[in-house]
Design a protein around this ligand. Structure first.
Ligand code: BTN
Length: 251
């Protein structure tokens, strides 16, 4: 592997050809006391995990990685790492390709309205303090969409499909880790991080539908609150949304 120019993020990279889930390994490593900045990466995952306990297809040619942070944060602020990661990812895609990546709240990165990447942040905490974060990022990079389950084809894409050619995955990971390292200090200054994040926001200003458990409602996504919640204007007034699946009403 070529040299990295980061100091902290990626100082140690553990590489697999195949593993069940890099997040599973990252959590195990973090519990064993491995240093923050450690990156776990696999060419392929056999049990990739998505949000809300979903499966996440991770064929060869993608970029499936997790990294470990141990920030001095309260557990309720752990979600900030997801904003940081989505921003780093959107910036990297826009640097490495001429595509225009956007972030769909809270954590999907889209190209041409379709999901190209998902992020899963998992946490270990004790005494109201974050012990570690295992942040998993899955990027549909160098494979054709036909490698993914057919029911995903209308809402998911790959960089290869959008670009018509393969990207240099090593260069991509190098940029990504550099962006993460640059943004890391901003976990303490969430306002600044959010301001930059909003420059890539896909959802803001659009009519959205929110599915949260068995509730479903729609409204206009107007802003992101200081705590990271999506602010939606509905017939009942303004509401803060903390979780759930958001889709554009016209889709
Ligand atoms: C989602 O969109 O629901 C989140 C997907 C997160 C997938 C990544 S791939 C690397 C890491 N290992 C996992 O098992 N999941 C994350």
């Amino acid at each position: 592997k070529r040299n990295l120019t980061t100091n902290q993020i990626g100082h140690q990279i553990i590489h697999y050809n195949q593993i069940d889930s890099t997040n599973r390994v990252a959590k195990e490593q973090a519990k064993n006391g491995v240093k923050e900045g450690t990156v776990i990466i696999s060419e392929e995952q056999t049990g990739g995990k998505g949000r809300l306990n979903r499966n996440f297809s991770s064929p060869q040619g993608g970029i499936w990685l997790s990294y470990i942070l141990s920030p001095d944060l309260k557990p309720v602020m752990a979600g900030r790492a997801t904003y940081l990661s989505a921003l780093a990812l959107a910036k990297t895609i826009n640097q490495i390709t001429n595509l225009d990546a956007k972030i769909k709240w809270p954590n999907d990165v889209l190209i041409n309205d379709k999901k190209v990447s998902g992020i899963l942040t998992e946490m270990g905490a004790e005494l109201d303090k974050v012990n570690y974060l295992a942040i998993g990022m899955g990027i549909n990079a160098n494979f054709a969409i036909s490698k993914l389950p057919v029911e995903l084809h209308n809402k998911v894409t790959t960089i290869f499909n959008e670009l018509g050619e393969q990207i240099d995955r090593v260069a991509f990971v190098q940029s990504l880790l550099q962006e993460i390292e640059k943004l890391y200090p901003k976990l303490d200054n969430f306002e600044e991080l959010l301001a930059e994040w909003k420059g890539y926001a896909y959802t803001l200003g659009q009519e959205v539908k929110i599915a949260d458990g068995n509730q479903e409602y729609s409204g206009l996504a107007v802003d992101i609150a200081d705590d990271g919640a999506l602010i939606v204007k509905t017939d009942r007034g303004q509401e803060k949304v903390y979780s759930g699946d958001v889709s554009l009403s016209h889709q």
